[in-house]
Structures are given as C-alpha cells and as structure tokens.
Design a protein around this ligand. Structure first.
Ligand code: ACO
Ligand code: ZN
Length: 167
C-alpha cells in the first residue's frame, strides 16, 4: 500500500512511521547515536504520538527518523508561563545521506504536526559536543535556553534548545 507522504526533498520522501518501520528506525538509531532505547519505547511513542514520528526514505530505504512527544508544562521560551510543547526525543540521519537537508526536513515536518496538536513551542536536549546538530537547530531558529550537567550516561552535559512554533 502507498503510504502518505508528508514532504518531499528531491528523491527523499518524508512520511509517517508505521509499526513495521520500527526495526529499521532502531537500526538507524544504533548506527548513529549513543542513546539507545528499548524496543517498547519506540512502539509506545509511535502509538501515543504518531503524527510527529516521521521517517525519511530514499527509494524505499529508511535513511532517517524523528520521534517526538507533545507535553504540557513550563515554557522554555516564556518565563513562568505554561505551554504545550513539542519535545524532540530523537532525530538522526545515516551518514551517507547527511548535509542534504533531510534532518531539517524531518524537523520542520514534525514541527508542523506539533502545531496542529496545539503546541506553541518545541524543545530538545543535545550534547554540548554535537556541533552538527546544534548548527542545524540554530539555523532553524532554536536558541539555547538551558544546560543540564551530567545529563548523559557518560557524564556529558546537554544543552536545552527551544523555539517558538509558528501559529
Ligand atoms: N557541520 C556543520 N554544520 C552542519 C553539519 C556538519 N557536519 N551537519 C548539519 N549542519 C548544519 C548546517 O548548517 C546544515 O546546512 P548546510 O548543509 O546547508 O550547511 C544544516 O545543519 C542542515 O543540515 P541537514 O542536511 O538538514 O542535516 P542532516 O540531514 O545532515 O542531519 C543530523 C543532521 C540529524 C544532526 C545528523 O548529522 C545526524 O544524524 N547526526 C547523528 C545523530 C544526532 O546527533 N542526532 C541529533 C541528536 S540530538 C536529538 O536527537 C534531540
Ligand atoms: Zn529529551
């Protein structure tokens, strides 16, 4: 069955993740990031937040993914306000397909889905040493709003970055 495409970038297609895509998502995560999750975690996020769990494919091969939550809590952009916030849990693109805009497309497509779910901002945590990812986030308008010491298992700190979402 043809799956609904939410965005296109040259020959790359961005579409919603399905349960049967999860093994490939896990494979991409294993190859690209030191943060791994239980299989259950992926299926759980997919069932709770299917609109913002997107994959990038090239000729039917999965080359990247983004998974997010939508939460309610203290704003990262407006002091002492409460907000509905998108939270990018994990985004990755496999090495051979980087610097072609795939990561940006995944992020922008999921942000637009968050907006439909009434989120007014989006935030994420990123390793302080992850210059590529930080550059991407800054380029699409994210600002550093905090720093979490010892956030990762190996002791590295995280930057919290956030952006307002378009109405
Ligand atoms: N060096 C400098 N700037 C970079 C780099 C790099 N290696 N990679 C991306 N950027 C910046 C550039 O400004 C780039 O635009 P340009 O190519 O026109 O200069 C911009 O980001 C957009 O890049 P994209 O092509 O859209 O990003 P890409 O598809 O390469 O994916 C990603 C970026 C997801 C960070 C990729 O490098 C990756 O998978 N890294 C490993 C996994 C990872 O670190 N994920 C993020 C963890 S944090 C989190 O998940 C919340
Ligand atoms: Zn997080």
């Amino acid at each position: 069955m043809q799956k609904a495409v939410v965005a296109r970038l040259g020959d790359y297609e961005i579409r919603r993740c399905d349960r049967e895509d999860i093994p490939s998502v896990i494979e991409v995560n294993m190859k690209t990031l030191p943060e791994h999750y239980s299989d259950y975690f992926y299926y759980e996020i997919l069932s709770e937040f299917p609109e913002t769990f997107l994959i990038a494919e090239l000729h039917g091969d999965l080359v990247g993914y983004i998974m997010c939550r939508v939460e309610y809590g203290f704003s990262h952009v407006k002091r002492l306000a409460l907000a509905r916030k998108g939270h990018v849990v994990s985004v990755a693109v496999i090495d051979e397909h980087r610097r072609k805009g795939v990561g940006t497309s995944l992020l922008l497509a999921s942000q637009s889905e968050m907006t439909k779910r009434s989120a007014t901002e989006c935030y994420l945590e990123v390793r302080v040493s992850n210059a590529e990812a930080i550059a991407l986030y800054e380029r699409v308008g994210y600002k550093v709003t905090g720093r979490l010491e010892n956030y990762y298992r190996d002791g590295e700190a995280a930057l919290v970055m956030a952006t307002q979402l378009a109405k």
